[in-house]
Design a protein around this ligand. Structure first.
Ligand code: PEP
Length: 250
């Protein structure tokens, strides 16, 4: 049986406290109404809002996640945030290896793996992001490249309860462009197969698609085999758009 879908909102470096609280309250009101969407819903606000939003998310029935963590549990790392701090703030999830971290902060697969292992050690679910650049897609080797990225980024000892994979083509993030349904199906099948050699319960690991998911394309993307949810950037900042994507799960 396919895993229950997960719709995750990555707020990136957006929203102040009052805006974040209003969005969580609006999502909570929607989640309390009928019919319920066939998915779990997660929001990943900036670090500064985690403490304030944790109790509101609990009331709203939303899971809370962070957008990054450091690989060390504590120490002299000015400006960083450790995975146990995120758990302490009420997070259940943390995104690691987002393409903006990989490209803007020079994070490689080894760094992402270390961060994912830190997340697991703190009891968090690691959302490990992978995806090809446009040049890699054009080279015809996207699947090979993304599978290698995944295998090198996977934390040791992961299982479906501690790992989510997000396939996010770099060229689709924030651009309004998406791969074809066939390209998404092929990539997710390749990722599922690769997980089979690395994780005992690979069939139960959620593999999200991310990159310009909007209300207008969500139903089509979420219906693709092995797509177990979505990681949503821009559209997660609008209650109407994010909720419409959640409802696209059925
Ligand atoms: C993202 O950054 O994870 C993302 C998917 O962004 P967007 O939905 O805006 O393309």
């Amino acid at each position: 049986m396919a895993p229950r879908k997960l719709i995750a909102g990555n707020w990136k470096m957006n929203l102040l406290k009052a805006e974040g609280e209003a969005l969580v309250r609006a999502l909570g009101a929607s989640l309390a109404s009928e019919p319920k969407p066939a998915c779990d819903v997660l929001v990943c606000p900036p670090f500064t809002l985690l403490g304030a939003l944790a109790p509101l998310c609990g009331e709203a029935g939303l899971a809370l996640g962070a957008q990054d963590c450091h690989a060390a549990p504590s120490g002299a790392f000015t400006g960083n945030v450790a995975a146990p701090m995120l758990a302490d703030a009420g997070c259940a999830y943390v995104i690691v290896g987002h393409s903006e971290r990989r490209s803007l902060h020079g994070e490689d697969n080894a760094t992402v793996k270390a961060k994912a292992e830190a997340a697991l050690a703190a009891g968090l679910v690691a959302i490990v992001c992978v995806g090809e650049t446009e040049a890699e897609r054009d080279s015809g080797k996207a699947e090979e490249i993304v599978v290698a990225q995944l295998l090198q980024s996977l934390p040791e000892g992961a299982s479906a309860g501690s790992l989510v994979v997000a396939y996010e083509p770099v060229w689709a993030i924030g651009t309004g462009r998406t791969p074809t349904v066939a390209q998404v199906a092929d990539m997710h099948a390749a990722l599922r197969k690769a997980l089979g050699g690395a994780v005992a319960d690979a069939a139960a690991v959620r593999i999200l698609y991310g990159g310009s998911v909007k209300p207008g394309n969500a139903a089509e993307l979420l219906a693709v085999a092995n797509v177990d949810g979505a990681l949503v950037g821009g559209a997660s900042l609008s209650h109407g758009d994010f909720w419409a994507i959640c409802q696209s799960c059925g």
